[in-house]
Write a protein that binds this ligand. Structure first.
Ligand SMILES: *[C@@H]1O[C@H](CO)[C@@H](O)[C@H](O)[C@H]1NC(C)=O
Ligand SMILES: *[C@@H]1O[C@H](CO)[C@@H](O)[C@H](O)[C@H]1NC(C)=O
Ligand SMILES: *[C@@H]1O[C@H](CO)[C@@H](O)[C@H](O)[C@H]1NC(C)=O
Ligand SMILES: CC(=O)N[C@H]1CO[C@H](CO)[C@@H](O)[C@@H]1O
Length: 401
């Protein structure tokens, strides 16, 4: 039987800028279950990404929710062992949350997120299908219903299709993610892509006049110059004794927050020790204190081919000749590529000024609780009001784009 292929593109980005205030929705009962599942998945994916030797001294940034959403949507078309591996891979346990309920909960989550007016956030899915491909309509109806997907029938052998898909992604990510697809092959039958875009404004913006050039210690031998934002004010902070890590929460002018975690010693120790439970503790542990905060401006893009990572997480059958996508189509299908693109921009907003040059501490040695100076590798999380991790990663070198 001919094996056709499915491509995946997962696009995520986040930028920070002006917005207006919105209201919170009452969560459905299943939402906390889905959020724990997604957060757990995020930590497992993070550990898998950082375990790769080639990624060890690199910035990491991705959207766990975007990846698990894509895999969950794909599981609607899978059967047998392939479906089981997808469910286990994302951490779905049907005795805790019924499978149909899981898909429905994704739907309420997406609807809730897309209704937010306080920040600019956009999450969704698109399915591109070859115009000659015979698929089961139920799959697409479900992806449309639960994952708010748009569907397009295209000719994968045509050059315009590449442009069409790139233009779509560019529009959905407000110009931040561009050229995700370079070329397509005529044996492709389907592309499933999910995207997430987030743009928020700090509750307490940084004063651009206080931004200055400063050193960032990438490792013991390497320092780079970065634009360091600075503010001395009341911030939400916490010292995690167990992880020997300083935690700073920066709120947006709505219920979204960014958490920054700066280990006293090495980022690799923090990575090895941290779990979802540690992270979830932070939200309730931070308290307002007057501290001196320095955070580098950030602008980065990442691109990951997740095939090997997902195989390592137990989802291998979908890539093989044994893949079971019988609920998607009677034709033999396998997944050829899972790609995740993400982008992050953090700034004080507005002008870049380098008026003041300050001497920063020279090494990553411990400095007192009064100082939250992010001049050594740190972890970063962007969460919604329920502590669902929309984005996570680590910044090793802010100067690297
Ligand atoms: C944040 O939202 C509130 C309420 O809508 C508004 O009054 C305030 O101006 C906003 N702050 C910023 C910095 O935009
Ligand atoms: C594929 O999945 C379907 C639906 O779950 C199942 O009926 C079928 O037996 C599976 N096929 C194989 C070869 O495992
Ligand atoms: C699923 O959840 C049940 C109930 O909490 C638990 O007993 C079982 O071990 C879980 N299964 C897996 C595969 O984790
Ligand atoms: C920044 C970087 O090197 N990322 C790589 C991490 O590992 C994945 C999976 O092998 C690659 O696709 C990325 O390019």
């Amino acid at each position: 039987m001919k094996r056709s292929i499915i491509y995946f593109w997962i696009c995520s980005l986040v930028i920070f800028h002006p917005i207006v205030h919105g209201q919170d929705e009452a969560p459905s009962n299943n939402l906390p279950l889905l959020l724990s599942m997604n957060n757990d998945f995020g930590f497992r994916l993070y550990k898998a990404l950082t375990a790769l030797p080639e990624n060890q001294s690199k910035n990491i940034f991705f959207s766990p929710i975007s990846v698990s959403m894509a895999l969950s949507a794909l599981s609607l078309g899978a059967g047998g062992e392939t479906k089981q591996q997808l469910h286990q891979g994302i951490g779905h346990n049907s005795s805790v949350l019924d499978t149909e309920e899981m898909h429905k909960t994704y739907q309420s989550l997406l609807e809730e997120i897309n209704q937010k007016t306080g920040v600019d956030i956009d999450v969704g899915t698109a399915v591109y299908l070859s115009d000659t491909f015979k698929s089961h309509p139920e799959f697409f109806e479900k992806v449309k219903q639960f994952y708010l997907s748009e569907g397009f029938s295209v000719d994968f052998s045509s050059k315009e299709t590449v442009e069409k898909i790139n233009a779509y992604v560019k529009e959905k990510t407000h110009g931040k993610i561009d050229n995700v697809v370079q070329h397509l092959t005529s044996d492709m039958e389907m592309i499933l892509l999910t995207y997430i875009y987030f743009k928020g404004k700090w509750d307490m913006p940084f004063d651009p006049k206080m931004t200055h050039k400063s050193k960032f210690h990438v490792d013991a031998d390497t320092t780079v110059q970065v634009q360091m934002m600075h503010e001395e004010n009341k911030f939400k902070v916490f010292y995690d004794q167990h992880l020997s890590t300083k935690v700073l929460a920066l709120d947006y002018n709505d219920s979204f927050s960014m958490f920054l975690a700066l280990p006293d010693k090495s980022i690799t120790d923090l990575e090895a020790a941290i779990s979802r439970q540690d992270f979830e503790k932070w939200k309730n542990s931070v308290s307002k204190r007057k501290v001196d905060v320095s955070v580098p401006k950030l602008s980065l893009k990442t691109s990951y081919t997740l095939n090997e990572i997902l195989k390592g997480m137990g989802m291998h059958e979908m890539f093989t000749g044994n893949a079971n996508f019988t609920r998607l189509s009677a034709e033999g299908l396998s997944v050829s590529k899972v790609v995740h693109n993400a982008a992050l921009d953090v700034d004080e907003e507005g002008t870049t000024a380098a008026a003041v040059t300050r001497i920063m501490v020279e090494s990553c040695s411990y400095n007192p609780m009064h100082y939250f100076i992010f001049d050594c590798p740190f972890m970063i999380f962007i969460v919604d009001h329920q502590n669902s991790i929309l984005f996570m990663g680590k910044i090793v070198n802010p100067a690297e784009k």
